[in-house]
Design a protein around this ligand. Structure first.
Ligand code: ATP
Ligand code: MG
Length: 562
């Protein structure tokens, strides 16, 4: 970026962007460097999307750089599959780290050397207490902890033991390295926190080179310093870790001084954002995998048909604040629907078909009806859809004895078939169980295209497909994964709150023929029904569509309620 191409002004202002702007103005930093630091122990979810939009967004707006750094410090839970998936998801969301791909494991040797530095300066010691004993002696919010009996080991003894920890002489859990700070500190995170653990496990990147691994608290700030990160942005639960973050930076010869800032995490009604729980759903076979269209993962939302642009819009809309809150899922849907409404072509699809025979329409005749692809986007043009004597309509668009306010098809009533003709139901054919198998209708040839010269206006306009031309499809209707807006509240098991009707598979849907050609991942609007996208389970001649969402904008109602 040169002097005559200034960075674009931030689209929104928030306390983080204010801090960054002030730091640039005062000269505390000359170039903004942020990072997104996922642990590769699962796939990214919509909460991570908020963090990604902030980390990459701030860097871009202020002409800086955002690193992607894998926080790969726990080999027991981390896998290459997640490393690959996370990169694909961030790219899909629309962000690019360029050359700046890093791993905390790149710094293991440096982190080890700095741990030795702490020991040499009397600021870290090897502790033989068990994890349980360390917990028991840590004290509480109101009582101080007590010193470990191993706290006063000599520097020589600590150096020797730490080297032997690294060399693999001790089993898992036998010893840890702890910082020597203050067991009476008000902030529990400063009560001699653990810096290294013994874990005999193969790491996805460093293999068996190490059997001691740094904790998140030890690795994170130092990795930031190595990369020259200026603003290390994280969620509020790290607020109490900041004192330790700063203590380590002050007590180590690090090459730069990063600062940590915390913002509120994203919470959504009907959604659980915990990688651990999402992994359980996958492992227990409760969903079709990490990318199940009901999952709040980016892979799941993508398969569901949510466009990346809508997710970015939502992240901007929720904003960056310092107080935790829960956002309505309908607000996310609103952002998604805004994008889909603009970008999705309209198509005819009948999900639960009932046959219609138009008795006065010439047998064997086929007409090509011109239909607008997207009323929101004239450039999307029009298409031709076959109309013939035998059609299918949506079963619930017919009622033999219409309820009050039911204005769609019933015996003796005229309705409009969109972009085709007005038809009137003349009789009903049923099977022995009384189920409607066929509707007999007549049409008015003067209403071609959907308007009558005499100005008649039917109260309903229905979608339809031609029986001879329609293609069969499987359609999967999705609803919230949880039946309650606050899953797991009042101590209930999360699994108890799963929505047993979150997925309904329809196998007899009939689609207009052009829907055979929609590429996987593209979202279309089935007229009057909602947005649908092609699932990767589709095979040639056997398409599978997922319902992304219905057309009902419940967010508008929420807004109106105030
Ligand atoms: P989870 O709690 O879902 O298991 P995590 O926090 O352990 O996720 P990380 O891989 O450590 O997952 O997260 C990477 C970054 O994403 C962190 O900086 C974290 O603060 C941020 N992040 C995680 N969850 C959310 C959320 N719900 N909203 C905003 N940011 C989040
Ligand atoms: Mg985490």
């Amino acid at each position: 970026m040169t002097a005559d191409t200034p960075a674009p002004a931030p689209e929104r202002s928030d306390f983080i962007r204010d801090i960054v702007a002030a730091d640039l103005a005062s000269g505390r930093v000359s170039k903004v460097v942020t990072r997104f630091p996922p642990e590769p122990n699962g796939h990214l979810h919509i909460g991570h999307a908020k963090a990604i939009c902030l980390d990459f967004g701030v860097a871009a707006e202020f002409g800086g750089q955002c690193n992607l750094r894998f926080d790969d410090t726990n080999p027991l839970k981390e896998e290459q599959e997640y490393i690959d998936g996370i990169q694909a998801d961030i790219r899909w969301l629309g962000f690019d780290w360029g050359e700046n791909l890093f791993y905390a494991s790149d710094y293991f040797e440096q982190l080890y050397a700095w741990a030795v530095h702490l020991i040499e300066h009397g600021k870290a010691f090897v502790d033989d207490l068990t994890a349980e004993e360390i917990r028991e002696t840590r004290g509480t919010l109101t009582e101080p902890g007590s010193d470990s009996p191993y706290r006063d080991r000599t520097v020589e003894e600590n150096l020797d033991l730490f080297a032997r920890m690294r060399a693999g002489e001790f089993p898992n859990g036998a010893r840890v390295l702890r910082a020597k700070i203050d067991m009476a500190a008000n902030n529990i995170n400063l009560r001699d926190p653990v810096l290294y653990r013994i874990v005999h496990a193969t790491h996805p990147r460093t293999g068996d080179a190490w059997c001691i691994y740094p904790t998140y608290d030890y690795a994170h700030g130092q990795s930031d310093a190595i990369e020259g990160v200026t603003h290390s942005l994280c969620t509020l639960e790290f607020d109490v870790h900041r004192a330790l973050y700063d203590w380590l930076i002050e007590n180590l010869p690090v090459p730069s001084v990063p600062r940590q800032y915390e913002f509120a995490r994203l919470n959504l009604t009907y959604v659980v954002l915990s990688k651990r729980f999402l992994l359980k759903l996958v492992n227990d076979g409760r969903v079709r995998g990490w990318d199940d269209p009901r999952m709040p993962t980016l892979a799941g939302l993508r398969r569901r048909g949510y466009p990346a642009e809508g997710i970015r819009d939502f992240a901007l809309e929720v904003g960056i604040v310092k107080a935790d809150s829960v956002h309505e899922y309908a607000m996310l849907e609103h952002s998604i629907r805004n994008v889909l409404n603009r970008t999705s072509v309209r198509r005819f699809a009948v999900l639960d078909p009932v046959k219609v025979v138009i008795e006065n329409y010439p047998d064997g005749q086929v007409e090509q009806m011109e239909v607008v692809n997207n009323p929101e986007d004239p450039s999307a043009g029009t298409r031709l859809v076959e109309f013939s004597r035998e059609l299918y309509l949506e079963r619930d668009d017919f009622m033999e004895e219409p309820a009050p306010k039911f204005f769609r098809l019933s015996p003796g009533r005229e309705v409009r078939l969109r972009n085709a003709y007005f038809v009137t139901c003349t009789s009903v054919v049923k099977d022995s169980s009384g189920r409607v198998t066929e509707l007999r209708c007549t049409y008015d040839p003067l209403t071609r295209g959907g308007d009558s010269p005499d100005g008649r206006r039917p109260k309903a306009t229905l979608h339809w497909v031609s029986a001879a031309h329609a293609i069969p499809a499987e359609v999967r209707l999705y609803d919230q994964l949880f039946a309650r807006p606050d899953p797991g509240s009042d101590g209930r098991d999360l699994l108890e709150d799963l929505n047993p009707e979150s997925e309904t598979v329809l196998t007899g849907a009939l689609l207009e023929p052009s829907l055979a050609e929609v590429p996987a991942g593209e979202t279309v609007q089935f007229e009057r029904l909602g947005y649908f996208c092609v699932d990767p389970d589709s095979a040639p001649g056997a398409p599978v569509f997922n319902r992304t969402m219905t057309l009902k904008d419940t967010w508008a109602k929420v807004q109106a309620r105030g």
